[in-house]
Write a protein that binds this ligand. Structure first.
Ligand code: NI
Length: 229
């Protein structure tokens, strides 16, 4: 399931991110790629251990953990320190079809996670570049994603995906992975649907409606049943 989360960062946050990133040093994106993906990856990234990447990454994580729709969709256990990449049309940048590594380790923090969900947070407006669509393949076909700056897409890390070649401009994004408390994607999706329905009922009937309270209890009991913490 693909889930888009709007307005994770404000436009002014995005502008500040871009100013800081423009002034930073960039390196070949293959430094963080697995053996298969290194063969098809052509882009640049901020050095993952750099102060700039860590500081901006921490801002993203705090924005995410206070975003109810993100938390409801991902039920995150651990979020990998966000990475930052850019694709430049004049350099023929693209990222061919690949699958993300199943396990990711961060040597600075010692964090090691199973990558359940992949995240791309767009930091360029769609008008700033041509091409550069994120294409994600799932059981229902292949989906092209290009979102406004500050919005993100969550998608299964197990899916094959690619970034089409840039034809003009520059595409800047943050990308990272997370381990969810709910490993099973189907269970996670049902819990998200249930939560969305409960939130709509709360708006119509109020938080103290007896049936709403009962459904909220079921929501928590399903998490209790499935969560690995
Ligand atoms: Ni990938």
């Amino acid at each position: 399931m693909l889930i888009c989360i709007p307005d994770v960062l404000s436009k002014s946050d995005v502008a500040e991110f871009r100013r800081i990133m423009d002034a930073a040093g960039w390196e070949d994106g293959r430094s963080t790629a697995g053996a298969q993906s290194a063969l098809v990856k052509r882009n640049e990234q901020l050095p993952p251990d750099s102060d700039v990447a860590r500081a901006l990454g921490n801002r993203i994580i705090s924005a995410l953990t206070s975003n109810p729709r993100f938390v409801s969709a991902a039920i995150p256990l651990q979020i990998f320190p966000p990475l930052f990449n850019r694709y430049v049309s004049s350099d023929g940048h693209h990222f061919g079809v690949h699958v993300d590594n199943a396990v990711r380790g961060d040597h600075l923090t010692g964090m090691r996670i199973r990558t359940d969900l992949s995240v791309t947070l767009f930091l360029s407006e769609p008008e700033e570049y041509e091409g550069g669509e994120l294409v994600i393949e799932d059981n229902y076909g292949s989906h092209e994603v290009k979102l406004p700056a500050g919005h993100l897409v969550l998608y299964p890390a197990s899916s094959l995906h690619l970034v089409t070649p840039l034809r003009a401009g520059m595409r800047v994004a943050s990308f990272f992975w997370l381990q969810s408390m709910i490993r099973d994607a189907h269970a996670r999706s049902m819990i998200f649907d249930l939560d969305s329905a409960i939130q709509s009922l709360v708006e119509r009937l109020g938080r103290d409606d007896p049936e709403t309270v009962k459904l909220t209890g079921i929501y928590h009991n399903l998490i209790r049943y499935w969560a690995e913490v």
